[in-house]
Design a protein around this ligand. Structure first.
Ligand SMILES: CC(C)(COP(=O)(O)OP(=O)(O)OC[C@H]1O[C@@H](n2cnc3c(N)ncnc32)[C@H](O)[C@@H]1OP(=O)(O)O)[C@@H](O)C(=O)NCCC(=O)NCCS
Length: 200
């Protein structure tokens, strides 16, 4: 397991928020049960939007087995021994997309609107801004109509809407929703030394 996050993030970090202290630190192999319990508290329609079945023991087992913070950094928010938020920074293995990071975030419904989401998003942006991250921009996808809090939180941090994919997401009821793509510039453009060497 690589540990880039701990060297850049200074985890664990405890922040005083409305309702008490919240501790941020990356996922470790010991967190499987707490993570599964957390995802099972997230309403089903919100889980559907996530890219994997996060209530599956097999999926969480695989995440923990394949932990590589330089590829996916899962940053957890803790209230005592309970996980109340999960934010992830994803990097592509493809050379052509190495400069782009993707952020995803979900907060326990019982702990929303106390600043956990914004704090987690900020912490992930800080990791992406670190000099050694090699990231130029971050992408954050928001489902139109259903994720107004996410839109608000992303815009508060400085993300700007750059694209909308029409009728891109279908929830249980089958109604299509547009998908908004937000971006945040976090670093200088990286010039490839020999473009031909990076063709795919
Ligand atoms: C989006 C989400 C992560 C925000 O988490 P959170 O911990 O509640 O976030 P915060 O408390 O830091 O901030 C929420 C902000 O949204 C605002 N908000 C809440 N509901 C809102 C709504 N329906 N419309 C507009 N703004 C809203 C709050 O007032 C707050 O703004 P403020 O800080 O200016 O007061 C959380 O709602 C969530 O997990 N949603 C489901 C998953 C999701 O949509 N993920 C994003 C795509 S990956």
């Amino acid at each position: 397991m690589t540990t880039q996050a701990s060297s850049t993030g200074g985890w664990p970090a405890t922040i005083e928020l409305a309702g008490g202290p919240v501790t941020l630190r990356p996922l470790t192999a010991d967190d499987k049960t707490a993570l599964l319990e957390f995802f099972r508290r997230v309403p089903a329609p919100e889980r559907l939007y996530l890219k994997e079945d996060v209530t599956s023991t097999q999926v969480i087992d695989r995440w923990v087995r394949e932990l590589d913070y330089t590829r996916v950094l899962p940053l957890l928010a803790w209230d005592g021994d309970r996980i109340i938020g999960d934010g992830t920074l994803h990097r592509s293995r493809a050379e052509a997309r190495r400069h782009i990071g993707e952020l995803r975030i979900v907060i326990d419904p019982d702990h929303r609107n106390r600043g956990v989401g914004r704090t987690l998003l900020h912490a992930l942006v800080d990791v992406a801004c670190a000099g050694d991250s090699q990231l130029e921009k971050l992408v954050f996808e928001v489902v139109a109509d259903t994720e107004r809090a996410a839109t608000h939180t992303a815009e508060a941090i400085g993300f700007v809407k750059v694209a909308t994919f029409s009728a891109h997401i279908r929830y249980f009821e089958g109604e299509p929703h547009d998908l908004h793509v937000y971006e945040l510039q976090v670093g200088e453009p990286i010039v490839l030394d020999d473009p031909a060497a990076h063709m795919y």
